[in-house]
Design a binder for this molecule. Structure first.
Ligand SMILES: NC(=O)c1ccc[n+]([C@@H]2O[C@H](COP(=O)([O-])OP(=O)(O)OC[C@H]3O[C@@H](n4cnc5c(N)ncnc54)[C@H](OP(=O)(O)O)[C@@H]3O)[C@@H](O)[C@H]2O)c1
Length: 87
């Protein structure tokens, strides 16, 4: 099964996407919520979502956060950061 990651999953749009994927029957363990603060996503983890720490300002941590992911929905943060971070 395809594994789908959503960044900004603690935010408004990210949560909507996670909810919609689960409602469509995507297995929770194939939904990866990439978040800055996993404690803010405890409710998602309790639903079986694979919660991983990831911050656009910490590019070294992103490969681990996205390991095994087939499809990425990158929801931009509301703060400012350099696009070069994501290269
Ligand atoms: N909501 C709308 O109707 C709408 C419409 C058009 C465009 N947008 C744009 O879409 C984006 C998301 O909107 P939203 O309403 O979901 O915003 P939001 O509720 O403020 O959520 C922003 C998300 O981005 C995360 N985030 C912020 N900085 C980050 C970083 N450095 N690394 C990783 N994650 C980071 C936040 O994490 P924390 O929870 O840790 O803060 C949060 O999960 C924004 O850029 C917004 O301008 C939104």
């Amino acid at each position: 099964m395809t594994t789908i990651a959503i960044t900004g999953a603690t935010g408004h749009l990210g949560r909507l996407v996670v909810d919609r994927l689960l409602a469509r029957g995507i297995a929770a363990d194939h939904v990866v919520a990439v978040v800055r603060n996993p404690t803010k996503a405890a409710d998602l983890a309790a639903r079986g979502v694979d919660v991983r720490r990831g911050d656009y300002t910490d590019p070294a941590a992103l490969p681990a956060a996205l390991a095994g992911v087939d499809v990425l929905l990158l929801v931009s943060g509301s703060g400012s950061f350099s696009p070069s971070t994501l290269r």
